[in-house]
Design a protein around this ligand. Sequence first.
Ligand code: AMP
Ligand code: GLY
Length: 422
Amino acid sequence: MKVLVIGGGGREHAIVKKLKENKSIAELYCLPGNGGIARDALCVPISATDLDGIVSFAMEHRIDFAVVAPDDPLALGAVDRLEAIGVDCFGPRKNAAIIESSKVFAKDLMKRYGIPTARYEVFESKEPALCYLRSAPMPAVIKADGLALGKGVIIAKTQQEAEDAVNTMMTEKRFGKSGERIVIEEYLEGPEVSVLTFTDGKTVVPMVSSMDHKRAGEGDTGPNTGGMGAVAPNPYYNPAVAKRCMETIFLPTIRAMEQEGRPFKGCLYFGLMLTKDGPKVIEYNCRFGDPETQVVLPLLKSDLFTIMRAVSEERLADCPVVFSQDSAVCVIMASKGYPGAYEKGYPISIPADLSAEVFIAGAKEKDGSLVTAGGRVLGVTALEKSLPEALERAYDAVKQLRFENAYYRRDIGALALAAKED
Ligand code: AMP
Ligand code: GLY
């Protein structure tokens, strides 16, 4: 089989490494991949959003199966285009990817089908939004409708901050077209849980739960990032919560999408908040999360490619999906300054005998060695029987990895550890 993975970050490296375990894959490509992924797959410099380039490549190389990992190509219809030339895919079509690419679509879907989420209003122009805010409770959450690189959500503590957020999106148009419509929603409180699921449009199989660490600074301070680390499982997500999520959120969402004529096939990511009134949906993503994938897939005992094909062929109900009971921790090593400006081009040294797995995100090959090339550079993942042991092993490995101006949070997993002690 010839398999193609689209994307080029730490998440795609985790997917590539897991796919490599399947010996029926004779050729594994990654577009564009990166200098680290190139050690595990054939990387070709075609951008993940260059759909014409991807389709020509797939035809020329007679690709059998494609995994479309990032949100942008999914929203642009990469799966539709590849299916049209006979390539089986893992990932939703454009009409289902809208569950992430339009927050208004997602919120309206949840309202129509009674799926628990924060109360909200949608605005298409500035004046009514500002008028609404004058009597809205604070904090309020202001979200750009479209994709905004994870930056389109502003939590406003005061009226002034809320008005500024609306102006940022609708007057300054910081997020371009993505901010032409906005959602203003109720602020929810409680522990957050990420649950990635496999679904073929009818059956939904949750993966092990996880916890992201989105803020740049320790103690969850500083700006939002693409994610500075993750742990799995998430201690807040106990069997009773899992059952309730399946009954009130996961199955109703899959059925709603089917009923809307938008069956969802691929990985549907549920960003949940466990409020005192029960679990509620904060966001849907139409893809694997980053860095959650770097803790979830290493715990998968079943063969990933077998599951992905079962999803594509709509026979997930007959496909075993088994996860290890161990704990996993991923610590992201980033370039100092991220998510703001940072310097690139520093050599990365990775000891050969490192006792952790390294997923490479922002690096490229230069004169035979790896140099930094992005904000998030490495994801260092360790698996152990318990969370404290996994944390110790991950941080031991982090200390052995070197590049100039490396920055990482030292408190990944602290919240999960505290939850366990409650
Ligand atoms: P998102 O970009 O949708 O992942 O949102 C970023 C973060 O904003 C989430 O991980 C939550 O921590 C927070 N957030 C989003 N919506 C709400 C809400 N309604 N109430 C409280 N926090 C929220
Ligand atoms: N970790 C959150 C995301 O992938 O959007």
